[in-house]
Design a protein around this ligand. Structure first.
Ligand SMILES: Cc1cc2nc3c(=O)[nH]c(=O)nc-3n(C[C@H](O)[C@H](O)[C@H](O)COP(=O)(O)OP(=O)(O)OC[C@H]3O[C@@H](n4cnc5c(N)ncnc54)[C@H](O)[C@@H]3O)c2cc1C
Length: 380
């Protein structure tokens, strides 16, 4: 992938924004268990960072996916996983389907403020009885005239306590399996909607995650994104964006983790010399760095295919699988080489270790990625 001057300038801009708007507050937000979404998103929105690839007529920047790659890599460099994930939910997980399939009116009402950072969006797919198997969702939208009446619950929803609207996947007919689901823009001010619980988590603590419930909550049928009954298929397309940005962020995070670890090992002495002078440690860091580099260039190949308009399901699936596994490995080695210090809550690496665990679960677990690759490869 060729990066030009404009890409370099964009990378500098994102790095500056992260340094000014996010990094100084990370510890406070991690302790608090949430971050001020409206304030941060308004700041990011005013710089055009929440709608990079979106149509300028809705406030987007209209640039190609190469800028999303840079955005993801730079977000990954933040010293926590929670805030980058929350931002990526807004830009690449909850809004792509609305941009791609939504009606003009729906986009004016919900996409424009999401791009500006005036509204926070969540993606609401997972339920207590259906995570990996999306076809198992039970949240029901019953048609009553020009309204959907929604009943059900969603679980583990990122930005869930702060969201102004949700991209909800619900059953809109009695057809089973992959049929009869629709994506619906659901304003959280709707009567019958409740945040049942804010969830306490192992990692990504600065991001709020919630259990949500819908009790006969009424929204217009006009809030349906795209075609009624095509929600599952549209969501599968939206998952590709989610998996791609997750892989881009992983590269940024691993790059920082390995370089911070090397810096620590240069200073820390054992047996009369810096730890970094042990060839075993040098080899481990060199090999992990090489693997990160392989993922980075695989990501670039994925992004180039996406820019060419190709189906990137296989690319995105492999990138997400590899990113999840490699990030766990990198975090584990970084913690190991920090010794007891790495196990202390006050050290960046203990947070990194906890936060890194999510990537192999969220957005489709590793085994779900393998399932997709099994199907694509015809190994059935
Ligand atoms: C912090 C966090 C944030 C999240 N944010 C969101 C969000 O914003 N919106 C949203 O909709 N969801 C969100 N999720 C949910 C996430 O996408 C699901 O947790 C994930 O898809 C796995 O579903 P599950 O937890 O129900 O696990 P299950 O489906 O119960 O699976 C459990 C485990 O079984 C294994 N497994 C599953 N299927 C197979 C199989 N066929 N073969 C072999 N092994 C298998 C996997 O290892 C999997 O981890 C979030 C989750 C977390 C933890």
């Amino acid at each position: 992938m060729e990066f030009l001057q404009e890409h370099r300038e964009f990378r500098d801009l994102v790095r500056r924004v992260v340094a000014d708007e996010i990094e100084p507050f990370v510890d406070e937000w991690e302790q608090q268990g949430s971050f001020p979404g409206h304030r941060l998103f308004a700041a990011l929105g005013s710089l055009g960072l929440l709608g990079l690839e979106y149509d300028p007529s809705y406030g987007g920047q209209g640039v190609d996916h190469s800028f999303t790659v840079i955005f993801g890599e730079e977000l990954g460099r933040v010293s926590c996983g929670g805030v980058p994930m929350a931002i990526a939910v807004q830009t690449d997980m909850a809004t792509p389907a609305l941009h791609r399939f939504g009606s003009e009116e729906l986009k004016r009402q919900y996409l424009v403020p999401a791009i500006k950072g005036d509204m926070i969006a969540s993606i609401a797919v997972t339920e207590p009885d259906a995570g990996s198997d999306v076809a198992g969702i039970k949240t029901r939208a019953r048609r009553d005239g020009q309204d959907w009446v929604i009943t059900g619950s969603k679980l583990y929803i990122t930005n869930g306590t702060q969201a102004d609207w949700l991209c909800v996947l619900a059953r809109t007919s009695d057809e089973g399996g992959y049929r009869g689901m629709s994506q619906i823009v659901f304003p959280t001010s709707t009567p019958g909607f409740h945040v049942s619980r804010k969830l306490d988590k192992l990692g990504n603590r600065s991001s709020d995650t919630a259990a949500l419930s819908f009790d006969e909550a009424r929204v217009p049928v006009a809030n349906t994104i795209g075609e009624i009954g095509r929600g599952f298929q549209q969501q599968m397309a939206q998952f590709q964006n989610e998996r791609m940005i997750a892989a881009y962020m992983a590269v940024g995070s691993m790059e920082v983790a390995l370089s911070r670890t090397a810096a620590y090992l240069r200073d820390r002495q054992t047996f009369g010399k810096p730890l970094l002078e042990n060839q075993y440690i040098q080899f481990r860091l060199a090999e992990l760095t090489a693997e990160v580099d392989l993922l980075r260039h695989y990501n670039y190949a994925c992004a180039e295919a996406y820019i060419r308009g190709e189906d990137t399901t296989r690319f995105a699936t492999i990138a997400k699988l590899k990113a999840g596994r490699l990030q766990r490995e990198v975090a584990d080695w970084c913690l190991q080489f920090h010794g007891g210090y790495g196990y202390m809550e006050e050290t960046w690496v203990s947070r990194y270790f906890r936060d890194s665990r999510l990537l192999s679960i969220g957005g489709g677990a590793d085994e779900v990625m393998l399932r997709i690759l099994t199907q694509i490869g015809g190994y059935t």
